[in-house]
Structure formats: C-alpha cells, structure tokens
Design a protein around this ligand. Structure first.
Ligand SMILES: Cc1cn([C@H]2C[C@H](O)[C@@H](COP(=O)(O)OP(=O)(O)O[C@H]3O[C@@H](C)C(=O)[C@@H](O)[C@H]3O)O2)c(=O)[nH]c1=O
Length: 186
C-alpha cells in the first residue's frame, strides 16, 4: 500500500497493493489495523454507501454539522474527480480544496477526515462510487456548498454545466454564516 499526503495534510491518497494473476486481481480494500495505524487513531466506520451516476453528474459539496462524517471513498466502476474542501475553522488550510482522480483502474482511495465538504464529478460514461463513513447520515444536519463557488474556485475538469440534484443546484455560497454557525468538531 502506498500513501500520499496531499496539500491538505490530513487528506490521504491511498493506493492499495493489487495482486494480479490469470484470474484477475485481488486487493484489500479496507484493513482496520492498517487504517488505524495510518490515521493514528481508532476510527469506527458505521455506514457503507454505494451510488451510481452518469457522465457529467456532480454530487456535492456535502458535509454534516454536529455529526460530521469522515469518509473513505473509492470508485469500483468508471472514473471521477473527487474533491475535499477544508471547513475546519482552526485549520491553516481552511477554505482550501484538494482534488484527485479516482477510478476503477487506479483503485485509489481518498481518506477525507471529519470537518471537510466532499463532492465528485463523473468523468466516465457512468461511475459507481463506494464509501465508508464514520458517522450516520443525518438529513437535518446535512449542508451543501455550491460546486462552483467563486471563493473556493475549484478547478473541476468540465467546461459545460454538470448534472446536479435539485438540492445541490441551490446550495449555499462559501463562506456563508450558516456554514460556520454549527460546530464541525462535535
Ligand atoms: C447520503 C445519504 C442519502 N440517503 C438518501 C436521501 C435521498 O433520498 C437519497 C439521495 O441522497 P443525496 O441526493 O443526498 O445523495 P448524494 O448526492 O449522493 O449524497 C452524497 O454525496 C456525496 C458527495 C457525499 O459526500 C455523501 O456524504 C452524500 O452527501 O438517498 C440516505 O438514505 N442515506 C445517506 O447516507
């Protein structure tokens, strides 16, 4: 397994060791002991999510207040551009973003700790996206920042309008008082 720290130090790009043979391939997509050693704490994942989206779909930028979720994300079919935005008020990289291409081919995973907004854009014909979360889905605590916020200035690899959910199309700006009113730390 190879691990790379990104420009936001706590976001990790994980490249599992893949064992290929005549039958196909094998790799450990999650190993609790290795993961705990990697992040330096024992985190418990409580939910696994799986979504499928068509080319040009952009989901995000999502986060939860009061019940922030750490997310370990990967792609099992297709390719996406995955983005994490640092919303931790005390962080030196507050308001900064990192983006990585994750695909079924490169098998890369991104670890996005609690306190980040997360989103992804589908670059292939379709993509299936799998992720583990450290807290449960909490619709009342869910928030969204608009994907093309000018302050964040995320360089999405797209030159047309992405396909958005109704909720994401009317998401809030960054910074917005509501974003920071709730604590991301508890
Ligand atoms: C996220 C989620 C949604 N749902 C339901 C609510 C809704 O009816 C339907 C679709 O929900 P959404 O439109 O919010 O799904 P989606 O836009 O895929 O939301 C996800 O986006 C990515 C970027 C993330 O980071 C995730 O944490 C999550 O917010 O699924 C759950 O039951 N549990 C969940 O954990």
């Amino acid at each position: 397994m190879k691990v790379k720290s990104l420009e936001i130090a706590d976001v990790l790009l994980i490249e599992p060791t893949v064992y290929g043979d005549d039958r196909g391939f094998f790799f450990e997509s999650f190993n609790q002991a290795q993961f705990s050693a990697l992040v330096g704490q024992d985190l418990t994942f409580v939910q696994d999510n799986h979504s499928k989206s068509a080319r040009g779909v952009l989901r995000g930028l999502h986060y939860q207040i009061k019940q922030p979720q750490g997310k370990l994300v990967r792609v099992v079919d297709g390719e996406v551009f995955d983005v994490a935005v640092d919303l931790r008020k005390a962080s030196p990289t507050f308001g900064k973003w990192v983006g990585e291409t994750l695909s079924a081919d490169n098998k890369r995973q991104l670890w996005i700790p609690a306190g980040f907004a997360h989103g992804f854009l589908v670059l292939s014909e379709s993509a299936q996206f799998l992720y583990k979360t450290t807290d449960f889905y909490s619709p009342e605590n869910e928030r969204a920042i608009i994907w093309n916020d000018p302050t964040l200035n995320i360089r999405w690899p797209i030159d047309t309008m992405p396909i958005l959910s109704r909720k994401d199309a009317v998401a809030q700006a960054f910074p917005d008082a509501e974003v920071f009113a709730g604590s991301l730390d508890s």
